[in-house]
Write a protein of this length. Structure first.
Length: 385
């Protein structure tokens, strides 16, 4: 929805003037400064839907057009298009202004209709940690539900291969291989000890189809231009998922989840998770407004700054609080399990037990001044019914 008010445009300008999210993209850092100082570009970026990150959406739309073959000099600055021959990003500003003037209708259509639906394939490893923690306590098949599933790439985490430290897990023959460093003194958990999957379902406002060329290109456009390894991993994962797409439900999770819960067999465990989806939910929507069945394990992702901004860039995977035996009627509080750097470059184990909010990892992260994120899991009542 387009907003013309000066105060709204000023807010968008502030977003583009300060872009720590683009720390790994010199091109986007340079282009963001151009947008912040150009009223016409700000008005274009402000056409996004409520709740969307204007920086992500705007640059995704700009990236999508040259990926689709739009001819313009701006493409010469994109490593994703011209590889190592990309021009220095500092000179890209004038080309961006001309590009947006040339392709205003196409950009407007993308910004007004598309959503930020980044599917970071490497996050499948973080999900695998959580499922392995559940697998150590539950032998019954589970129903895995992702809120904000995009194209459902994380729901096929059992189709990928993983290398954590010196250990391999998953499918060694998969074209999707995800590697990460292991830190700390505790042993690497067994990531092959997963609970059987009774079903997998994705919920999204606008599910993407991995077999559709336009949807695939949109996901590729949401990858920073310099992150060519991530783009290649995404391309391979899309091919894997396109061969057997998971079930997807379109609509708001607040409406879809209760109906989905009613359809699943009563008493069977459900694991509901999301990966950074909360970041794109409008602020007026309560963090607790999504109804979940009491027979559900929730793995949620939220942001915080417990050290007044001086925190590290990590995610914490907590196991679901599941009963130790079926029908026990008891579920203990979850405790921290694994800390994951937000780009999943490394992982570390927490000591077991204690309050999740006070617990410290056995390996300290080394990225000062970044935002910390935390994942949690809870189960209000016994999943075995």
């Amino acid at each position: 929805m387009y907003i013309e008010e000066p105060s709204a445009l000023a807010q968008v300008a502030r977003r583009f003037a300060h872009t720590p999210e683009f720390a790994s993209s010199p091109l986007y850092q340079s282009l963001a400064r151009t947008v912040a100082g150009n009223p016409a570009l700000l008005r274009l970026a402000a056409r996004d839907r409520p709740g969307q990150y204007p920086t992500f959406l705007f640059f995704g739309a700009v990236h999508a057009l040259p990926l689709a073959g739009a001819a313009h000099k701006l493409a010469r600055y994109y490593p994703s298009i011209v590889g190592d021959a990309a021009l220095p990003p500092e000179g890209a500003g004038p080309a961006l202004i001309d590009f947006c003037a040339t392709f205003t209708p196409e950009l407007t259509a993308l910004i007004e209709t598309r959503l930020v639906q980044t599917n970071v394939v490497k996050r499948a490893l973080a999900l695998r940690y959580g499922l392995a923690a559940i697998g150590r306590q539950v032998v019954a098949p589970i129903h895995l539900i992702e809120v904000g599933a995009s194209a459902g790439l994380l729901l096929r985490c059992d189709r990928y291969g993983y290398m954590v430290g010196s250990r391999r897990f998953g499918d060694p023959q998969s074209p999707v291989q995800i590697a990460a460093e292991w830190r700390g003194s505790l042993p690497i958990p067994d990531l092959d000890l997963l609970p059987p999957l009774a079903s997998v379902t994705g919920v999204d406002l606008h599910p993407l189809e991995p077999r559709d060329a336009a949807d695939r290109r949109w996901l590729e456009a949401l990858v920073w231009p310099e992150n060519r390894h991530e783009a290649a991993l995404l391309h391979r994962a899309l091919a894997v998922v396109a061969a057997d797409p998971p079930v997807m439900r379109g609509g708001d999770a607040i409406d879809v989840c209760p109906a989905l819960a009613a359809e699943l067999p009563p008493g069977e465990p459900r694991v509901v998770f999301h990966a950074i989806t909360r970041l794109h939910v409008p602020r007026q929507t309560s963090a607790h407004s999504m109804p979940l069945s009491p027979h559900s394990a929730r793995m949620r992702h939220c942001t915080g700054s417990p050290s007044k901004g001086k925190v590290n860039s990590t995610s914490t995977i907590l196991p679901a609080a599941l009963p130790t035996s079926p029908g026990s009627g008891h579920a203990s509080n979850g405790s921290p399990h694994t800390m994951t750097e937000r780009h999943t470059r490394w992982h570390a184990a927490f000591a077991t037990g204690g309050d999740a909010r006070r617990k410290k990892p056995l390996a300290s992260p080394s990225t000062p001044g970044a935002r910390e994120t935390a994942s949690g899991a809870s189960l209000p009542t016994c999943i075995a019914g």
